[in-house]
Design a binder for this molecule. Sequence first.
Ligand code: ADP
Ligand code: MG
Length: 679
Amino acid sequence: METPLGELPRISPERLHGLHRLGLNTVMDLLRHFPRRYDDQRERVTLSELVTGTPATVEVTVAELHPRRARYRRMELLEAEVHDDSATAEVIWFNQPYLRHILHQGDRITLHGKAVRTRRGGIKLQNPEMEREQRGVAQSKVGVLVPTYPETARVTSRWLRARIAELLPLAGGAAETLPRFVRQPQGLMPLGAALQQMHFPEDHDQLDQAKLRFGFEELFFPQLAALLARRQRLSKVGTRSPYDVALAREFVAALPFRLTEAQRRAAHEILIDLDRPAPMNRLLQGDVGSGKTVVAAMAARMAIAAGHQVVLMAPTEILARQHQETMRELLSPFGIWPRLLVGSTRVAQRREILGGLAAGADKLVVGTHSLIEDEVRLPQLGLCIVDEQHRFGVAQRLRLRDKSESNPDFLSMTATPIPRSLSLTLYGDLDVSQIRELPPNRHPVKTLVVEPSGREDAYDFIRSEIKRGRQGFIICPLIEDSPGLEVRSATAEYERLSQEVLPELRLVLLHGRLAAREKAERMAAFARHEFDLLVATSVIEVGVDVPNATVIGIEGADRFGLAQLHQFRGRVGRGEYESHCLLFADEEDPAARRRLQALIDHQDGFELAEVDLRLRGSGDPYGLVQHGFPEMRVGDLLDDGLRERARSAAELVLASDPNLRDRTLRTGIRGYQVVFEFD
Ligand code: ADP
Ligand code: MG
């Protein structure tokens, strides 16, 4: 099963290249390369029932064979006369010289193909697929449920069918990935049989059984890994920050606004967790602008009151600076002064900050990846807050944890709403708090598609908003795999807008190639209203808070995913003013239009996420692979029933084998080690 495909006989380098492009490297990979669909050729007709032009399956006997070579073109022909009880017919094959060697007079064969009328009124099958009847061997290629595979030019379904059929007899000896004690109570097929039925199903029922087995497996292992990670965490002793109700009240009373109900609930859940000895691992999920930061500040307040140090880590410098500012506003009244540690922090200052943190004198530090560098020492670290947590990996998280002398609590935040169906699998090791409510007096953002003919009107609209004292964003198109090109196109757009289209406005450009400090300065100047319009690449995607901005134009909107568009839209509508999101679309692609329409129809990020998942369909519906997940091929994340079955099976396993000593299961979860944290 582990043999590299290159070591199999009769595989050309081109073919091997094609196989690698499909992600297939070993025999097992090939056997797990499942068909995309099945062509049902099972119904038989007699020769007299053949209808010209309609594909059909017949079972016939070979009466005569005439190999020929076409005169003008160098082409091998094989003509045959075949019959069944109802009639005789002609068959012709082009360019399949090997057929001459395997077909004989008197052979019983199954043919599938289209018939034409001959000049003399007879019936002729042209280039039909053919399988010889062999005693004791089940029909597997023609006249059955015939598999069609995801293919490339070099690796066709026909080729895959033949090679997989050859290799399948080995499948019975393949190491079973789901032990019997998991499989049997669920009534799941063993691996060998399931592989056989996936490729060459006896009937639809067997096929469904095989799909069920693999679908189950794909949902079972991530949940097993998640539950194990969770179990291991809860058995550890971590830090405690007692829930001081008076302190919480005092914090809330000092805020310039009333917390929403959802914020209160989330804060309450977090404070209860902090009070427990086991290390917290909680995800705070809330739409853009739902006010997660203040909840995080409250948690920080509580942990610091208990004598712990707190870090707040963000994926970009702009965001880190903004968080430091917010934390200072919220916490300095209590004598807590957050430090900022980012890539551009100057050497002298950095040294001072590192000293303060190592001595435990500084209690709160906000920063970027710089925080996880070796020199940063945080002996009393008790709480780690990670914003936009999906931008960080498990390894980074572990490095942060290891700075502490104990097991610190983790609070992750994300503005990318994950549908519930997904979050159970994706974040199964986390406890989740959701903020599904925006602060009052927010207006929904009016969203519309701007057709090419409406461009001038759109610019007029932007002008009028700015004349009223508001600000806006222009997002430049995503250019995949080419940040360099993206920067150039954003620069060109900035020049076009500031010279030709909107010369009377104060424009500023922001893109990923600028130095971090420069980016932060331009952003801050924009926030101070020294500019009217910010032209940017997707770098402004996360977290920027400028309440005076009321309009965002997104160029090439059809190239962005829904989640990202929703994030962009969240940059406006953060203040008291009515806001607009203008989607500039260049193409009429119906799938892209459906996405844009969904954005118009839904303001709620969670609803949008569900819609997105459905629109994307199977494959890698939610960029799971990007999160480090193995690809889902058969499993359907939207199948709540199966997911529940897989989850309870995983729970059952851990109830009797809490440390997961079972070798097979350990192997099964290995692929999830980059996603979940377990020993
Ligand atoms: P996000 O969840 O996107 O991180 P923020 O924490 O940045 O959102 O909050 C967005 C804005 O809303 C901030 O300016 C914040 O001060 C404000 N805000 C937060 N909670 C409330 C509330 N309950 N009422 C009014 N404004 C609030
Ligand atoms: Mg935020």
